[in-house]
Design a protein around this ligand. Structure first.
Ligand SMILES: [Ca+2]
Length: 415
């Protein structure tokens, strides 16, 4: 497929209310879903929404920036957060808690953290501190629990002082035990009301099933935590104003449904808008704006195909009552980590989203207008598989890579 035909195909998708973005043409040689067929199928969709901007394959970000590798001594890092004293606390999938402190990395710097089940994509995953950490010293983790045959995504909370965690406990765990090592989620995002969201994956690809149902279809069931965004209070319980607390049979933690595997969530603190990226299967990664009670469609609608086939996951790209993505990425960058930039180091980037890419070896800048609509996109090539991207308190962007010699990268002005 040449560039021109892919651009024309992309333009054809514009009336459908979805921004369909192809990666570099050469990336498609890897056997990912052809963009033209994705768009042809998209034309059968029935969604029409307001003003739509269509981007072509994202060009390289030409702004004033460079990436600096601060260390490559991390071992498969997954999540990171800043402590009030300026230290960066970084999780490693195997269970390690590393500290980056003023130019020095110390692995296993914090003791007393949770011991995860290291199963496939699962292990120790995200980390986040309570909004009032200065008062309560509460630190939160997501992790896999159980074993290869029966596992869960869990949230643990402990008290972090200096280099030690005490009073560690699991404050939430998905109810169903699933098998296999796929699709655990699990990002944490604090909201301004003192509750937090946590993303839970759908539990894995067919033939993986739980209680007689393919795992992916649990994403559509309110009596399951799989394939959801959950909203929890600081103690891991469902707040009384969650959207489905009065729905018979629904799990009260559910905030939104129909997700495959969200790996990044971000908040625009001014507008309160919540954004999430999620993995499709082959093709069809998504960026969504997340709102309470809404259904994001997986697997009833999807722009992705089954791995190794030309078979659509669903005959439909879009259906009434299901929320269309803001952006569809085919081929897949395999998104991970998402930040809404509010800093002052990159004036042109203020109010934009930055989405890490594992397979993409990049960070996608999604240019948003004041109403939160996509008006463009660029890519920042990165030296590795990006597992997380965050904004530091200094206004620079930081990223970590999914590698045994895992990197911590700072993105800063080039001059
Ligand atoms: Ca979707």
């Amino acid at each position: 497929m040449n560039f021109k035909s892919s651009w024309m195909a992309l333009a054809g998708a514009s009336a459908l209310g979805v921004t369909l973005i192809a990666c570099a043409p050469q990336a498609e040689a890897a056997g990912t879903a052809p963009v033209e067929s994705a768009v042809a199928a998209a034309r059968t969709g029935n969604a029409v929404q307001g003003e739509i901007k269509v981007s072509g394959p994202p060009p390289q970000e030409n702004g004033n920036w460079k990436s600096t590798i601060l260390t490559q001594e991390l071992q498969t890092p997954w999540g990171m957060t800043w402590l009030p004293d300026g230290r960066i606390l970084i999780t490693e999938k195997g269970g390690g808690l590393a500290i980056w402190n003023n130019g020095t990395l110390t692995r296993d710097a914090i003791i007393g953290g949770p011991v995860p089940a290291v199963v496939g994509q699962g292990g120790l995953m995200d980390v986040s501190i309570h909004p009032r950490f200065k008062e309560n010293n509460w630190v939160y983790f997501t992790l896999a629990t159980g074993d290869r045959n029966a596992n869960h995504t869990a949230v643990a909370r402990g008290v972090l002082r200096g280099t030690q965690i005490t009073d560690l406990k699991i404050i939430f765990q998905t109810k169903q035990a699933k098998g296999g090592g796929q699709h655990f989620g699990s990002r944490i995002l604090w909201l301004k009301d003192g509750t937090f969201l946590v993303s839970i994956g759908d539990g894995g690809n067919p033939p993986a099933s739980t209680e007689g149902k393919l795992n992916r279809w649990w994403a559509q069931e309110l009596n399951s935590h799989l394939g959801k965004v959950l909203r929890l209070d600081e103690n891991g319980k469902a707040p009384k104003d969650n959207p489905f607390v009065k729905t018979t049979g629904a799990f009260p933690e559910v905030w939104s449904l129909g997700h495959r595997n969200i790996q990044g969530m971000a908040l625009d603190p001014a507008s309160g808008r919540i954004f999430a990226n999620e993995h499709g299967a082959q093709g069809g990664d998504e960026l969504n704006r997340i709102e309470a009670s809404k259904n994001y469609g997986w697997p009833k609608v999807s722009y992705s195909q089954e791995y190794g086939t030309q078979t659509w996951v669903s005959p439909d790209r879009s259906l009434a009552g299901l929320v269309d993505p803001m952006v569809v990425w085919t081929p897949c960058p395999a998104p991970s980590g998402l930040v809404f930039y509010t800093g002052d180091k990159f004036a042109a980037w203020k109010g934009d989203l930055f989405s890490g890419g594992l397979a993409g070896n990049d960070i996608r800048r999604v240019d948003l207008d004041a109403n939160g609509r996509v008006v463009g996109q660029t890519r920042l090539p990165m030296p590795g598989r990006i597992r997380d991207v965050r904004q530091g308190p200094d206004g620079f962007l930081y990223a970590i890579t999914d590698e045994r010699s895992g990197k911590l990268i700072r993105i800063e002005p080039a001059n």
